[in-house]
Design a protein around this ligand. Structure first.
Ligand SMILES: C[S@@+](CC[C@H](N)C(=O)[O-])C[C@H]1O[C@@H](n2cnc3c(N)ncnc32)[C@H](O)[C@@H]1O
Length: 175
């Protein structure tokens, strides 16, 4: 057993080396800043297909715990951004409403996540398998040969835009 600050990457490195886990449960302080920092420190220690569970998310709505309804910086608002990350491959390349650094961060984060589920007070985030590669562009490529598919329109531009992004960021699951 190790007793340490789960939001401290250096402490985790010192105690755990490069160990990864099938299940990680955050049942710590439930303060929003700790939940977010712990996710940042621990999610990379999730094994392929592992699940990360955050408990007692009702605290995210409580001001005394660093939260409030729709409060920027609350843990539930952070976890909602993982839903965006899950869909980052589908962002339209010409959507100027997404800052480039945020788009890039969400694409990289989305590459590691395969499922996000919310329950009452609990979020479950599932890591993809190491072997998963970008599913969206190949699926589009397969459809290209189907009759009636026009890839010169907006969806074609989406596919080309994602391809450009991938070349910059590397394959899904890298890093
Ligand atoms: C709600 S209790 C849950 C304890 C245990 N999981 C259980 O079910 O009995 C929260 C525990 O998380 C610990 N804790 C709070 N912040 C932590 C952090 N950053 N890293 C590791 N543990 C933390 C507290 O010391 C406390 O023991």
């Amino acid at each position: 057993m190790h007793i340490l600050d789960a939001s401290d990457p250096a402490a985790l490195d010192a105690a755990l080396g490069d160990a990864v886990f099938d299940i990680i449960i955050d049942d710590g302080s439930h303060r929003s800043e700790h939940v977010i920092a712990t996710f940042g420190a621990c999610f990379r220690r999730l094994a392929p297909r592992g699940i990360y569970i955050v408990e007692d998310l009702h605290a995210s709505y409580w001001p005394d715990w660093g939260g409030r309804y729709r409060a920027p910086g609350s843990s539930i608002e952070f976890l909602k951004t993982l839903v965006d990350a899950l869909h980052a491959d589908h962002f339209a390349p010409w959507d100027t409403g997404i800052p480039e650094d945020e788009r890039a961060r969400l694409v990289v984060q989305g590459a590691e996540i395969t499922r996000v589920t919310f329950h009452d007070s609990i979020a479950v985030i599932e890591r993809g398998s190491d072997t998963r590669s970008a599913p969206y562009p190949p699926r589009l490529k397969r459809r290209r040969s189907r009759p009636g598919c026009d890839f010169t329109g907006p969806r074609g531009r989406i596919a080309r835009g994602i391809g450009r992004h991938r070349r910059v960021l590397g394959p899904r699951g890298a890093g």
